[in-house]
Ligand binder design. Structure first.
Ligand SMILES: *[C@@H]1O[C@H](CO)[C@@H](O)[C@H](O)[C@H]1NC(C)=O
Length: 134
């Protein structure tokens, strides 16, 4: 009987550890595929908001995604990206085909965004962000 009890203790300890492991991993920012639909949509949202907030008449577009991460417990994405200043103006709509500005300085920014998503209702909210000229 005592061995059974000891066994039970071990099992519950194991279950506890597993659950703790699962919950804490849900809470961590872990790598996510940058082609994941919700991530791609979050990036689009961030670029749109970035351009909207600029007084600059020229649009910025994504040059590179440095890091793509996700926190499962809150459906929050970490987007670490580099954007470049294009020759297209705000009224242009084909951003993907816009050529980059060639003059030196103030051409690129690197930003980290945290975006909370409710993908199924296409709702995205920027939790916080930081950007630096590079
Ligand atoms: C930005 O938000 C994320 C996600 O909630 C958080 O982990 C991070 O500490 C925040 N950063 C700042 C500078 O507030």
């Amino acid at each position: 009987c005592t061995t059974q009890l000891a066994m039970l203790r071990k099992v519950s300890l194991l279950v506890g550890l597993l659950m703790w492991g699962t919950f804490s991993s849900l809470d961590k920012f872990v790598y996510v595929d940058k082609n994941l639909k919700a991530f791609v949509m979050s990036v689009e949202h961030v670029v749109f908001k970035f351009n909207e907030a600029q007084e600059d008449p020229f649009l910025y577009k994504v040059l590179r995604i440095w890091r793509s991460k996700r926190q499962f417990s809150t459906e929050t994405y970490l987007i670490d990206l580099e954007m470049g200043r294009t020759m297209c103006k705000k009224q242009d709509d084909d951003l993907d085909n816009c050529l980059l500005q060639q003059e030196i300085g103030r051409r690129k920014v690197r930003c980290t965004y945290f975006v909370r998503t409710l993908e199924w209702i296409t709702q995205f909210s920027i939790v916080n962000s930081t950007c630096d000229q590079i």
